[in-house]
Design a protein. Structure first.
Lengths: 237, 277
């Protein structure tokens, strides 16, 4: 079985589409399984993702060449450690421009690293156009459409909207009740620890709501991971 | 339509004081084995990126399997030589023996393409030397190919060089090179000035060299290796290196864009003397 180092690029050209939430959930997914994981936050002004995992993430200024070196040179290391990039919406254009200019995707494939775009959908036409543009630029770059029903609800025409996206693979992040969502904003709340040993001071209702929210999301991540392993299984070919 | 300067125009220009050149038939260079080509990269102004262009050119020719020798006129210690020591000789273009070293061997050397990186302030003297030695006559006779890459700076003084160079390049493939390495502009924002310099001389075309970010450029400088060696993640000695992939990517993309420019002007066809180039 060929195992590849996964690089998840959580992105959206628009704000408030749930990019940092996905980066957080994915990081916690690996941590909950006691797996190593490394993250990169491309918002140097308000690095929310980095604040949640200060020991496992670094803040990158993608506009600076040194920042690009810190990011892309590290992403290209095939060490089996999954890497997660939280692409801030204002870094979106610069990030993919750099990816193109330096030939990152092609080099990653040569080195046994597999970048996967986690594209966060919203109802706008421009989001769809951005996803189609990415897909057209890199035909062999896997894309998973992330539908965050709380941050960027698609409304009644969700199915039709998603049908236009250039990927059939999808993660659905369910909506959270306001009070529960507020709990998540506290930087000391760890989703991975919550599953194993919930903090005793946390309300039982909130704890249950969070677990109910996380469980299907982690199941999707697990299912995705298993599918990738099956696809890479040489003995099945 | 831009007018090519006539002989009369040339004589009435800034070089009036020069005695008229009697064009005798140039001595034949040698038995032909495919036409040799001399490529001159120069400018009178300093700091416009002449050696950078020469380095990129050597990489481009090597990538296209064109064997090339190079001459660095920045005596005694040349920058081009530092990056391409295996194929570069440091010469003094004002010395007759070094002129012979370049011109007399054009047709006899195994390598048919010679690139000369002319030091700052040396372009006009170099062209004068080429005229005095009869090289330009040999070009006119079609015995040898001559390509001039005139690298421009953003100053009026640099643009004035165009008029000074023009009289020597009747039979050459004369290219104006706009080097954007230093975020330079070439008075595109001032149409009158731009027209004055760029539309009054007949050239084979213009080449635009895009900007390479400073960090990438610096790292290649530190590596002291050709651009292509840096991109291949090798040291100047040929061993494995540990250069940043990001910087290598930027250099590769930059090289490719310049290669597109050389392809656009059909440089390889010109070197080969193919019709239509």
């Amino acid at each position: 079985m060929s195992r590849r180092t996964l690089v998840f690029v959580a992105c959206s050209p628009h704000p408030r589409s749930g990019v940092s939430t996905t980066a957080r959930l994915l990081t916690d997914f690996y941590l909950s399984r006691l797996a190593d994981v490394e993250g990169f936050d491309t918002d140097p002004h308000a690095p929310r993702y980095h604040e949640l995992f200060p020991d496992r993430t670094q803040v990158i200024d993608i506009a600076a060449i040194r920042g690009q070196i810190s990011l892309f040179d590290r992403l290209l290391v095939d060490d089996g450690v999954p890497k997660i990039v939280d692409v801030w919406q204002r870094s979106y254009d610069r990030f993919f421009k750099t990816v193109k200019e330096i030939g990152f995707v092609e080099e990653a494939h040569l080195r046994g690293v597999e970048p996967i775009v986690l594209f966060h959908v919203d109802p706008s036409e421009t989001a769809l156009a951005s996803a189609q543009s990415l897909s057209a630029s890199w035909r062999d770059l896997p894309m998973v459409v992330v539908q965050n029903e709380g941050a960027a609800p698609l409304g009644a025409y969700a199915h039709e909207t998603l049908g236009h996206y250039p990927s059939t693979r999808r993660f659905v992040i369910g909506p959270l009740d306001g009070a529960v969502a507020k709990t998540l904003e506290q930087p000391d709340v760890s989703l991975s620890r919550l599953l194993v040993a919930p903090p005793p001071e946390m309300s039982i209702v909130i704890r249950a709501a969070l677990k109910a929210w996380i469980a299907p999301i982690f199941t999707q991540f697990h299912s995705f991971e298993l599918r990738r392993r099956l696809e890479g299984a040489q003995f099945l070919k | 339509m831009a007018q090519r300067p006539t002989k009369e125009t040339k004589q009435s220009s800034a070089r009036e004081e020069r005695p008229p050149v009697v064009r005798e038939k140039a001595p034949a260079l040698a038995p032909q084995r495919g036409r040799p080509t001399l490529i001159l990269v120069g400018a009178d102004k300093g700091g416009v990126g002449k050696t950078t262009i020469a380095r990129v050119l050597l990489d481009y020719l090597a990538a296209n399997n064109v064997l090339t020798r190079a001459f660095d006129t920045e005596t005694p210690r040349g920058t081009l030589y530092r990056f391409h020591p295996d194929q570069t000789s440091v010469v003094d273009l004002t010395s007759t023996s070094d002129q012979m070293k370049i011109i007399d061997t054009l047709a006899t050397a195994q390598v048919r393409v010679s690139v000369v990186d002319v030091r700052a302030g040396g372009l006009e003297p170099a062209l004068q030397a080429l005229q005095d030695t009869g090289f330009l006559d040999a070009v006119a006779e079609g015995e040898v190919g001559f390509i001039l890459f005139h690298v421009l700076g953003s100053s009026i003084a640099s643009l004035d060089e165009i008029a000074e160079v023009a009289p020597y390049v009747d039979d050459a493939d004369y290219f104006l090179v706009k080097n954007h390495v230093n975020d330079t502009t070439f008075f595109e924002w001032d149409p009158v000035t731009h027209r004055k310099y760029f539309e009054k001389v007949e050239t084979a075309g213009e080449i635009t060299i895009p900007k390479l970010n400073e960090l990438s450029y610096e790292q290649v400088e530190i590596a002291g290796a050709p651009f292509s060696t840096f991109v291949a993640n090798r040291t100047a000695e040929g061993g494995p290196a540990d250069h940043s992939f990001v910087l290598r990517g930027y250099v590769r993309t930059w090289q490719n864009r310049i290669a597109d420019e050389f392809d656009r002007i059909r440089l390889l066809d010109r070197i080969a003397g193919r019709e239509g180039a």
